[in-house]
Structures are given as structure tokens and as C-alpha cells.
Design a protein around this ligand. Structure first.
Ligand SMILES: *[C@@H]1O[C@H](CO)[C@@H](O)[C@H](O)[C@H]1NC(C)=O
Ligand SMILES: *[C@@H]1O[C@H](CO)[C@@H](O)[C@H](O)[C@H]1NC(C)=O
Ligand SMILES: *[C@@H]1O[C@H](CO)[C@@H](O)[C@H](O)[C@H]1NC(C)=O
Ligand SMILES: *[C@@H]1O[C@H](CO)[C@@H](O)[C@H](O)[C@H]1NC(C)=O
Ligand SMILES: *[C@@H]1O[C@H](CO)[C@@H](O)[C@H](O)[C@H]1NC(C)=O
Ligand SMILES: *[C@@H]1O[C@H](CO)[C@@H](O)[C@H](O)[C@H]1NC(C)=O
Ligand SMILES: *[C@@H]1O[C@H](CO)[C@@H](O)[C@H](O)[C@H]1NC(C)=O
Length: 668
């Protein structure tokens, strides 16, 4: 810790020395006498990277609006200052794929997915919210067939700038910051070209964040290349463990923890968030911290289940949970806005914990104090070095512009790990200051806000409906559209993109269908499967029948499947196991125990071809499985999978167009 501090003293921006001891206790001075610290850019949440808000959009009202209130409404809950979203690239980006605004080179559609909707809902609640876009992946055509976005940097820049222009044109959304390529390599030529393309498109107000990865490589490049430095406004690092590096400080750029947290949202998750929100500035001079993810709205058995500020993973029941990170966020967000400035007088408390102070420059002061102990504030990464926190008395002495403050509003959270009865974001009686000073008896695992701002509020809505499992009888014929959305409820695409489709030419009974639309392997962020797949349902499902109509649009190598007991999604989608019934356009069928099709349980002739509809079904009951085509039994077998339960899924044998209709599950 102290080694880090010496690095910060080099920057001469931080004064950590406690003030005059009063009655034997150390006093922490809060003052602007020696000038101020860095400008505060706000606290945010990240939707995407990937598909983390997938289930949120399908909540019924009023629950959906309530969840959005807890996230975005000023003086209510997390009251976030920043919403960062993924610029969908048709590829798997952790918990699913998000659709691109340009699946194909000559294609353009700014109404896909849910990020546009989410940004508008956030903006509706807080018109000041800062919007950020960042690509994780790109459609294949951007790389001209190579899994790399920088060989044709003009194509990539035009693609990204087009997304920003579309946000304004179709949704009246001003994107304020844009990033490069999440947690991948950056390319100086591309960054300069992106800057040039933004400026040329009248978007000189849009700032560039680079490179959403580590500190060193980008900081080093900025120090060596003045033109690059001119193009980049913010260095964004991921999971910095509250620390920065000397090169980053030397650039004099804004430093952000542009992705952080990613921790299970129980009380230890809340503790992690409390510690890093303060210490990202105290130790690393970061002026913004953004949580991956915004809200855990994806199937919990996908990777990093419940790693969001709150949980909303049951649109079918309406149940959601306002978790502790929401109230920890409120301690900062409700009492300091972007544009406020940190004081130089921030630091560590003598017996562990930290404090930050911010001002609006007009006399208002907000102090946030946390005393999270090591074991109660561990984040998913990086490893947390040992430190001790014990109860302590702390005296704060206000000086400079703040010397005459007579009273501060007080908000407190106590995690109470021992009694398991936490109390979050409670408003206490205001504290009266004597000669600008107040003393606090701090216990372990507490968070306090002391502020001149009176507007804070612990918002609440009536309790949502109780939690319930995914319905056992579930049907979707894709005829009833969910107006603003391109995707059918509860389907969580893991490779490829499945969209509502309407056949306008002599449609027959299949006018409205769900169609897989990605026809070329994207520039990937994760290891997407070679097949496409969308999962749905209850991960515990074992005994059930699934039925679905399928339609291949690829003549020679067309292939589609329906599957049960699907055990994986996310980044490990390539090794997904389950029971897959495939039919192919060459007139054959297969039953396999994996998505990759390597373990064949049965195969034979099916008489299937492209441009015809077929009904597939699978019934699983313990180890007995039977599959049928057009209601005709194809195969009965005994299967012994390592895991005998999982989601239901649909998909295709490669990146190809195919349609699905009349999907139905009946589970026991
Ligand atoms: C939005 O910004 C304006 C201008 O800075 C400020 O007066 C207002 O309080 C802000 N509102 C919220 C909800 O942050
Ligand atoms: C503090 O903020 C409030 C609300 O924005 C404002 O009315 C007031 O003038 C500010 N200054 C002080 C010293 O309270
Ligand atoms: C924490 O306190 C324990 C017990 O007093 C001590 O042994 C340990 O060295 C301390 N750890 C740190 C990192 O200060
Ligand atoms: C804090 O001060 C109170 C008296 O105000 C005293 O009883 C207590 O022991 C002190 N606690 C610590 C940890 O010094
Ligand atoms: C649309 O429907 C017609 C008539 O059933 C069919 O011939 C055609 O293949 C369908 N096209 C698509 C893309 O589904
Ligand atoms: C599924 O059915 C089998 C065979 O009847 C039974 O042993 C098993 O407990 C059932 N599983 C569930 C989750 O109900
Ligand atoms: C599968 O079992 C059912 C019920 O016993 C039977 O009617 C059907 O003919 C069997 N299918 C095959 C392909 O053997």
C-alpha cells in the first residue's frame, strides 16, 4: 500500500498526511487550501459484454420500470452517472451475443437488441447520464474474412462511427465516449483514423477511451506518440485492483477503471464495490469506475452469474432483487455529480479503510468513508493483498472553503456480517460541526456519507412478486411481437443471432418466425462455436418434451437442430454438451451428445431438404430419450450424459440462415 502511495506522491496530486491530532486521535483534514484534485467523471454500469441485460427487456410493467428506477433514477437508488453499452458485433461476448447494427456490409438497422432501449430509459430518468459505447466483436465483413479488425481500419472506423450517428438519428442519443476493442489489442493507426472519422462526421465532441485493457501498453504509446495522445482523452483500464502505474500518471490523461467489480452480488460483493469506489481514487487517481455488469439479467448458470449491481433474472415471475451494491453506489452517486472535483485530501484511515471528499466548487462537500475488511471486500480479481481494518475513532477537520460548514447530512451502511442483519443506506440525524470538526466511531465493514447535499433518498417500490422457476409449459409461435425488440423473449443467443422474421411473400402458415441471421463467422471476442445456438428455459430441466418447426435456407450444407439438457453457454459454448437432434438439407438426420457433433448417438435418412418446414421433437425421461420428425419416431435410446439436465436450445450447423417456429416445451 505505502509503496503505491510513494508513486502517487511523485504525481504531487495527493496529500495524505493527517492533520493536527485532537484529543489524542488523529485528525483527517478535508481542505481545498492547497488546491483541488482531479475532476470526477462519475460512477457507471456496463450493459453488454455480453448480453447481460438480455432478460431485463422482457419483464412486465411495472416491474421493468421499477428495476430501471433502482439503476438510473436520480436520488432513488444507484442513481448511476454513466451507462456504458456494448456495440453489438453478432458474436459471443461472455453471456451471449448482441446483434450488430450492420450484420452485412449493405445492411443497417438501429432497432436491434436492447441497448438502444436501455439508453433511452436511462436518459428518460437522468437526462445528464453519460453514454459510452465499446465494441467487443465485429461482424465478419468488417475484417474482410479475417478475425482481425485493423487490416481495414477505415472500414472499422466507419462501422463504429455509423453506430454513433445512428444513435443520434434514430434515438436522439448523444454518445459521449467511444472505445477501441474490449480487452484486445489496440492499433495506433486505427485510433487516429477513428478520431479523424469522428471529426469528419461532425462528432468532434465524442471522446475516445483507450484501450479498455491494461495501463502500460496504451500509456507507453501515448507518451511516445503525440498524435496518438491527441486522439485519446481517457485511459481506461480493467480490474486495476485500485492501482495505476507511473506511465499512466505521466500522460496526464483522465484515468478510469472502465470495467471493474464483476463480483457475485452478495454482501461481500457490496463490500468489494464499496472499497474500490473509494480506493480507485485514493490509490490510483481514477475518476470513474464502471461496474461489469449493470444488472444481472441473464440466466444464472451462464458464466459470472449474478455479477451485477442488482439481480433481475426472472422476467417470467417479475421477481428482482435490489442487492447491496445498489445502496453502496448511492453513497457516492447521490451526493456528488460528474463535474465535481475530488479534494487532494483523500486517503487511508489509520486503522484501515479509506475516505474520499468531493466538492462542487460552490461550497458543497461530500465525504465518503469505508472501513471494509479484507475478507468482506474481496473482488473476483485481481488478488487482494492482506490488510487489517479495526474499529477506530476518526476526527475530520474541515478547512479552507469548508471551515464554516455547521452541519452535515449523514448516511450509513453497516454490513453486520456477524448478525447477518445488514442495514444499507440509512439516513441518520445530521451531525453538528464544532469548529469545523466532527469525530466518528467507526466499526469494521461500514460505509458513511457526510454531505452538505440534502437531496439524498432511499427510494423504494412495493416488493416484487416472489421468485419462481421458468414455466414448465412454454410456447412461442413468434406471432406476438414485443414491439421495440428484435429478439423473442427468454431466448439467449450464444453463437449467432436469432431475430424475429416476417415472410412477406406468399407466407403460408409461417408468416412470423425466428430466424438465425449471421451468415459469416464474426471477428470474435470469445471462442464462438462453429454452429449457432440459442438457449432457453430452466437449467434444471431433465424430463421434458420440446417441439419446434424448422426451415433451412441453405441448400447444400444446411442443417438445424433442437436440443435438450444443454449444459453450457458463454465463452465455453464450443464444448457444449446435451442431446441434439439435427436434420440436414442433404436428407439425413443425426442425434449427437454435443454441439460440435463429435459424439454421434444415431444417424440415418430423414428425407429433409431446404425450403420446407419440418417439426422436430425430443422427449427426455431419465436416461430414455426419443426423437421424432414430423411426429414420426426416428430413434429411441438410452443416454448417460455427465450432466442430465440443462436448457433447451435451437440452432444451426454453421453460420447460415434458418428459421424456427411454433416452439413448445412441456416439462415435468
Ligand atoms: C443535470 O445537470 C444540470 C446542469 O449541470 C444540473 O443542474 C442538474 O441538477 C443535473 N441533474 C441531475 C439529475 O443530475
Ligand atoms: C450546494 O448545493 C445546493 C444544491 O445544488 C445549492 O443550492 C447550494 O447553493 C450549494 N452550496 C452550498 C454552500 O450549500
Ligand atoms: C494484521 O494483523 C495481524 C494480527 O495483529 C498481524 O499478524 C498481521 O501482520 C497484520 N497484517 C497486516 C497486513 O498488517
Ligand atoms: C473511541 O472513543 C470512545 C470514547 O468516545 C472510547 O470509549 C473508545 O474506546 C474509542 N475507541 C477506539 C477504538 O479508540
Ligand atoms: C417465404 O414463403 C414462401 C412461401 O411459403 C417460401 O417459398 C419462401 O422460401 C419463404 N422465404 C423465406 C426466406 O422464408
Ligand atoms: C426424471 O425422470 C427420471 C425417471 O423417471 C427420474 O428418476 C428423475 O428423478 C426425474 N428427474 C427430475 C428432475 O424430476
Ligand atoms: C420408440 O418407442 C416407441 C414407444 O415404445 C415406439 O412406438 C417407436 O416405434 C420406437 N421408435 C423406434 C424408431 O424404434
Amino acid at each position: 500500500m505505502f509503496l503505491r502511495l510513494s508513486a502517487l506522491f511523485v504525481s504531487a496530486l495527493l496529500v495524505l498526511l493527517p492533520g493536527q491530532p485532537t484529543s489524542g486521535q488523529p485528525a483527517y483534514v478535508l481542505s481545498d487550501e492547497a488546491g483541488l484534485g482531479r475532476l470526477f467523471d462519475g460512477i457507471g454500469g456496463l450493459s453488454g459484454g455480453g448480453a447481460t441485460s438480455r432478460l431485463l427487456v422482457n419483464y412486465k410493467e411495472p416491474y421493468r420500470s421499477q428495476i430501471l428506477d433502482y439503476l438510473f433514477k436520480p436520488n432513488f437508488g444507484a442513481s448511476l452517472h454513466i451507462l456504458k453499452v456494448e456495440i453489438g458485433g453478432d458474436a459471443q461476448t461472455t453471456d451471449g451475443t448482441e446483434p450488430s447494427h450492420m450484420h452485412y456490409e449493405n445492411d443497417e438497422n438501429f432497432f436491434r437488441g436492447y441497448e438502444w432501449w436501455l439508453m433511452k430509459e436511462a436518459k428518460k430518468r437522468n437526462p445528464n447520464i453519460t453514454l459510452i459505447g465499446l465494441p467487443w466483436a465485429f461482424p465478419g465483413w468488417v475484417g474482410r474474412g479475417k478475425n482481425w479488425p485493423y487490416d481495414f481500419p477505415d472500414v472499422t472506423a466507419a462501422y463504429v462511427v455509423n453506430w454513433i450517428l445512428g444513435a443520434k438519428k434514430y434515438h436522439n442519443l448523444d454518445i459521449q465516449y467511444v472505445g477501441i476493442w474490449n480487452e484486445k489489442s489496440f492499433d495506433a493507426t486505427y485510433i487516429k483514423l477513428l478520431r479523424y472519422t469522428l471529426d469528419k462526421s461532425g462528432l468532434d465532441r465524442v471522446r475516445i477511451v483507450a484501450s479498455d485493457n491494461l495501463w502500460e501498453p496504451i500509456a507507453q504509446s501515448l507518451l511516445l506518440d503525440p498524435e496518438l495522445s491527441g486522439a485519446v482523452d481517457v485511459i481506461g483500464a480493467h480490474y486495476p485492483g485500485t492501482k495505476t502505474v507511473p506511465q499512466a500518471l505521466k500522460t496526464q490523461k483522465k484515468l478510469w477503471s472502465s470495467e471493474d467489480y464483476s463480483t457475485f452480488n452478495d454482501e461481500v460483493g457490496g463490500g468489494c464495490w464499496a472499497r474500490i469506489l473509494n480506493q480507485n481514487y485514493v490509490n490510483g487517481l481514477m475518476t470513474s469506475t464502471i461496474s461489469w455488469n449493470l444488472v444481472a439479467s441473464y440466466y444464472e448458470d451462464l458464466p459470472f452469474g449474478r455479477d451485477g449491481l442488482m439481480t433481475a433474472q426472472e422476467p417470467w415471475s417479475g421477481n428482482y432483487v435490489v442487492e447491496s451494491p445498489i445502496w453502496i453506489t448511492a453513497h457516492s452517486t447521490q451526493f456528488a455529480l460528474p463535474g465535481w472535483t475530488y479534494l487532494q485530501t483523500v486517503g487511508h484511515l489509520g486503522r484501515g479503510g479509506s475516505y474520499v471528499a468531493l466538492t462542487d466548487g460552490k461550497g458543497n462537500l461530500t465525504v465518503v468513508i469505508e472501513t471494509m475488511t479484507h475478507d468482506h471486500s474481496v473482488c473476483i480479481r485481481p488478488p487482494l493483498p492482506a490488510f487489517n481494518v479495526t474499529s477506530q475513532n476518526a476526527t475530520f477537520q474541515l478547512k479552507g472553503s469548508f471551515a464554516s460548514i455547521k452541519e452535515l447530512q449523514v448516511w450509513r451502511s453497516q454490513f453486520n456480517f456477524e448478525t447477518k442483519k445488514p442495514s444499507f443506506f440509512q439516513k441518520l440525524a445530521p451531525v453538528k460541526l464544532i469548529d469545523g470538526s466532527f469525530t466518528l466511531n467507526l466499526a469494521e465493514d461500514e460505509v458513511y456519507t457526510f454531505t452538505t447535499i440534502r437531496a439524498g433518498q432511499k427510494g423504494s417500490h412495493p416488493a416484487p412478486p416472489p421468485s419462481a422457476r421458468f414455466p414448465k409449459a412454454y410456447k412461442d409461435n413468434f406471432n406476438i411481437r414485443n414491439p421495440p425488440f428484435s429478439e423473442a423473449p427468454n431466448f439467449a443467443d450464444q453463437t449467432g443471432v436469432f431475430e424475429y422474421y416476417q415472410n412477406l411473400t406468399d407466407p403460408g402458415p409461417h408468416v412470423f418466425t425466428l430466424r438465425q441471421v449471421v451468415t459469416e463467422r464474426p471477428i470474435t471476442w470469445a471462442a464462438d462455436a462453429d454452429q449457432t445456438i440459442s438457449v432457453i428455459g430452466d437449467y434444471q430441466w431433465e424430463n421434458l418434451t420440446v417441439t419446434c418447426d424448422v426451415f433451412m435456407e441453405t441448400v447444400k450444407s444446411g442443417g438445424v437442430f433442437v436440443a435438450v439438457r444443454v449444459d453450457k453457454g458463454g465463452q465455453s459454448v464450443r464444448s457444449t454438451k446435451g442431446i441434439f437432434l439435427w436434420v440436414f438439407a442433404d436428407g439425413t438426420y443425426k442425434v449427437t451428445a454435443d454441439l460440435a457433433g463429435q459424439t454421434v448417438l444415431a444417424e440415418g435418412q430423414s428425407g429433409t431438404g431446404a425450403y420446407s418446414w419440418y417439426t422436430l421433437s425430443i422427449t427426455g425421461k431419465g436416461q430414455s430419450v426419443s426423437v421424432a420428425l414430423e411426429g414420426r419416431s426416428l430413434w429411441n435410446g438410452t443416454v448417460n450424459l455427465k450432466q442430465n439436465h440443462g436448457w433447451v436450445a435451437i440452432g444451426t450447423s454453421s453460420f447460415q440462415l434458418a428459421q424456427f417456429d411454433n416452439f413448445a416445451v412441456l416439462a415435468e
